[in-house]
Design a protein around this ligand. Structure first.
Ligand code: ZN
Length: 298
């Protein structure tokens, strides 16, 4: 597969694969083409026995502004016609009745893919900076480690802007903690690099100008761990988290997410699958700036 929306390279004598989300003008909003290419790139890194660590980063000012809700490119990909992305003709994309199309498509392209990347047979590092919003969080959270630039902002704004209960891969309680997850979803407020580091969500914080170089050094250090030990460290922690209910909770939250879409579809007579300003939400195209969650600000 050739890539239009991402870049793939190998570094450190082939031991590190680096994937770069490459739609900087769209702040790396995730259109379907990007997600399909990303899955291919992760699989390519997984298949390569020389690769020990995979870095995922974003070109331009931000890691990722979330799912691409409305760019022309994204709309063209969805609409029937010569520019429609082939991924819409399978995985439920042609089952256009009721909630089935959306449920099957979101399960495959948003949920199951993200969980597969979480279980990739390599150590993965998300290198994040700028905005990491909503579905941008999914791409960071599915990696084993998160390294951040000092300008990073993490927020899930889908409750306050779209009337949705969170993104499809609902790792919020595990990443933020249960109460913080509720607060951040109900306010749309953000965490900065220090907040995320204090929570343990982020391992390292570097000046953004040095982020790529320092992340590569970090990746190269981790790549020294024997591959079997590295895999079993990852698997031991992931299995412990699964024993605590992580995967079961993700499955449950995905069905709640689909209930929330179905609610909006029913309320709007099938026109929209998310909430709109008519129902008291901020318009996502023109919403107030995201505020940092501070302890003294209501
Ligand atoms: Zn959704």
């Amino acid at each position: 597969m050739s890539y239009d929306h991402i870049e793939f390279e190998t570094l450190a004598e082939g031991r590190v694969a680096r994937i770069t989300l490459n739609r900087p003008k769209a702040r790396n909003a995730q259109n379907r083409g990007m997600l399909v290419e990303l899955d291919d790139a992760f699989s390519r890194a997984e298949a390569d026995d020389a690769v020990r660590v995979v870095i995922l980063r974003g070109a331009g000012r931000s890691f990722s502004a979330g799912h691409d809700m409305g760019s022309e490119e994204s709309l063209r990909e969805r609409e029937p016609g010569p520019d429609q992305h082939p991924s819409f003709s399978g995985h439920g994309g042609t089952l256009g009745v009721g909630a089935e199309n959306r449920t099957r498509q979101e399960w495959h392209y948003y949920f199951a893919n993200t969980r597969r990347w979480r279980n990739l047979r390599k150590i993965t590092i998300a290198q994040v900076h700028g905005n990491v919003l909503s579905a941008g969080l999914m791409l960071a959270w599915c990696c084993d480690l998160i390294v951040a630039g000092d300008d990073v902002v993490f927020a899930d704004v889908v409750a306050t802007r779209l009337g949705m209960c969170g993104v499809e891969y609902f790792a919020h309680p595990w990443e933020f903690g249960p109460r913080k997850a509720k607060e951040l979803l109900l306010t749309g407020d953000s965490l900065d690099a220090d907040d995320a580091h204090a929570l343990g969500m982020v391992s390292k914080v570097f000046p953004t100008a040095e982020l790529s170089e320092r992340t590569l050094e970090f990746a190269t250090r981790i790549a020294r761990v024997p591959t079997m030990a590295a895999l079993l460290v990852k698997e031991s922690v992931n299995q412990a988290q699964d024993a605590m209910g992580f995967s079961t909770a993700l499955d449950g939250a995905f069905t709640l997410h689909q209930l929330n879409h179905a609610h909006w579809s029913e309320v709007t007579g099938g026109k929209m699958y998310v909430g709109t300003p008519e129902y008291g939400l901020d318009d996502w195209r023109d919403a107030p700036a995201i505020q940092r969650a501070r302890r003294d600000v209501p």
